[in-house]
Design a protein around this ligand. Structure first.
Ligand code: 5GP
Ligand code: MG
Ligand code: MG
Length: 179
């Protein structure tokens, strides 16, 4: 699996440092708010489990699953709700935990969902942001790394379901896509 990687963009240590920084910021900003931290499945599971352990405050967690990519490298433009939240979000301070913001469509969809249900505040924490990929105006409030407009894998991010378990972030060899 490691042989499929052409280049490492962020090491395990780079990621850990960013997660600590974001966790500290969130702890300060949400000290007395008891936020509901929502993991956007599946890509954000690794980041979710790391970031909440860097937050020394009262919080509870939930999960939501949406799909827009269908396993390839390009967005289809349509966002579908695959698994809804269990929690009542009305009056809650919501923090979405995302793997990466690209077109912004996923984020826009999720923000609309909880805003329609009466959330008190909605913020987004993403480990990776691809500002060049935006087609709708969605903004992340807490960002680990701004990444170039390339397809990355690892730390939760997949190509055709694989590579999520890589502890670092890399770019695949072109031969993998043509295979
Ligand atoms: P958006 O709705 O912002 O376009 O899509 C965000 C989702 O697209 C992410 O949660 C992720 O599943 C997928 N995605 C966007 N860019 C990349 C990338 O560079 N690599 C991988 N593996 N997935 C990506
Ligand atoms: Mg995602
Ligand atoms: Mg994917």
């Amino acid at each position: 699996m490691n042989d499929d990687i052409e280049r490492v963009l962020y090491s395990q240590e780079d990621i850990a440092a960013a997660v600590r920084r974001l966790g500290k910021q969130l702890s300060n900003d949400y000290r007395d708010k008891k936020p509901l931290v929502v993991c956007v499945l599946t890509g954000a599971v690794l980041f979710m489990s790391d970031i909440i352990r860097q937050m020394d405050i009262y919080l509870d967690i939930d999960f939501v699953d949406v799909s827009s990519y269908k396993g390839g490298t390009a967005s289809t433009g349509k966002v579908e709700l695959i698994r809804d939240l269990d929690s009542d979000v009305s009056g809650r301070d919501i923090i979405f935990v995302e793997d990466i913001i690209d077109t912004g469509r996923t984020l826009q969809f999720l923000e609309d969902l909880v805003s329609d249900r009466g959330a008190n505040s909605i913020k987004v924490c993403t480990i990776f942001d691809k500002p060049e990929g935006r087609v709708v105006s969605a903004k992340a409030d807490y960002v680990g790394f701004n990444v170039p407009n390339e397809f990355i894998v690892g730390y939760g991010l997949d190509y055709k379901g694989f590579y999520r378990n890589l502890p670092y972030i890399g770019i695949l060899k072109p031969s993998i896509y043509s295979a």
